[in-house]
Unconditional design. Sequence first.
Length: 156
Amino acid sequence: MGQPCDQITRVSAMAVVRNPFAGVHQEDLSPLFDVGARLGGSLTKELVACWEHPLSATAKPLLSDLRKRWNTGLPCCTPALGKPVPTAIGGGKPLMPSNHKVGALGGSIDLPLGHKDEAWSFDHIDTLTLWVPDAPRNKTLRIDQRLSSAGQRWAR
C-alpha cells in the first residue's frame, strides 16, 4: 500500500501419515500421541534447517480425511507436537495455536499463527492457507507445523 515493511518469512513442514484408527471406533487413541511427538521432532528439525530469520510465531494444524470420526486425529495435535519447538528456536511455549478440520482430497486448511511467547499479541494473530492436491487420502492425516518471522504487515 505504498508503505515499506520488513520482510516476513513463513515456512511450513507437512507430513501425511496413515491413521490406524480410520473407520473404526477406538476409545484409546493414545498411540497417536506418540505419532504427534515423533512428528513434532522431525518437522521441527526440517523447519529449523531452512530457517535464517528471527522467529516470532508458530502454528500446528491437522487435516483429517472424510471417512473417519472428526476427532480421531486430534491426539496428534497435542502439545507433544509442539514440545520440540521452543528448544529448537530458542524460546517460546509448546502450547501453540492449532486447528483441526475434516476435509476432502486436496482440501485446504488454515494454519493459525500466534506469537511464540505471548498468546495475546494480536499483531501476530494471522493465518496461512495451505493445501496438498493429493492429501489427505483415505485413512490418512495431514499434519503441519509453521514458523514465521513476524505477524501481520502494518499491524495497528
